[in-house]
Design a protein around this ligand. Structure first.
Ligand code: K1U
Ligand code: ZN
Length: 167
């Protein structure tokens, strides 16, 4: 397994639409393994392939306290949602920023596992929020895109300064 570099906002690669996975081969399995290692190391509760510069529709999620309930989803899609909820979110691609985002309270997600089996899962609370956040990444949407233009401008400037100061 290997640690991957996380792409940071406002890198334009985060705006790209990730492509559906047509065959779950060794490359996809290795990507998923490396993404899980990268998520646990960060640490984070989720990670989407575009965040490690891979344009595939793959996400990993683990919201468990003991960090031992890994969910790896290929081609995940939200097939039903209901309610509304506001929660504070962070993003490994937007370090140092925590903002409240309004999303659906409950979601039903259809996806494939790494063996290509189709699964459906229903989620609420933090898992529902995390799944929506990660599936947004596959569609080139960041949590900052859910905020006001004013906040987006402030976060963009903060992120650009952070990148400049690091070089
Ligand atoms: O996709 C990402 O950037 C990962 C992100 C997921 C997420 C967090 C909060 C709400 C929705 C989605 C993170 O994991 S940010 C880090 C984080 O939340 C965390 C880190 C360590 C322990 C607990 C949480
Ligand atoms: Zn994120």
């Amino acid at each position: 397994m290997a640690l991957l570099q996380i792409v940071e906002y406002p890198d334009p690669r985060l705006k790209n639409l990730a492509q559906p996975v047509s065959r779950i081969d060794r490359e996809i399995q290795k990507l998923a393994d490396d993404m899980a290692e990268t998520m646990y190391d960060a640490p984070g509760i989720g990670l989407a392939a575009p965040q490690v510069a891979a344009a595939h529709r793959v996400i990993v999620v683990d919201i468990s306290e003991n960090r031992n309930e890994l969910l790896t989803l290929v081609n995940p899609e939200i097939i039903a949602s209901s309610g509304e909820e506001e929660m504070k979110e962070g993003c490994l691609s937007v370090p140092g920023v925590l903002e409240t985002v309004r999303r659906a309270e409950r979601v039903k997600v259809r996806a494939q596992d790494l063996l290509g089996r189709t699964l459906e899962l229903e989620a609420d609370g933090l898992l529902a929020v995390c799944l929506q956040h990660e599936i947004d990444h596959l569609n080139g949407i960041l949590f900052v895109d859910h905020l006001s233009r004013l906040k987006q401008g402030l976060i963009r400037r903060k992120s650009e300064k952070r990148r400049r100061d690091r070089v």
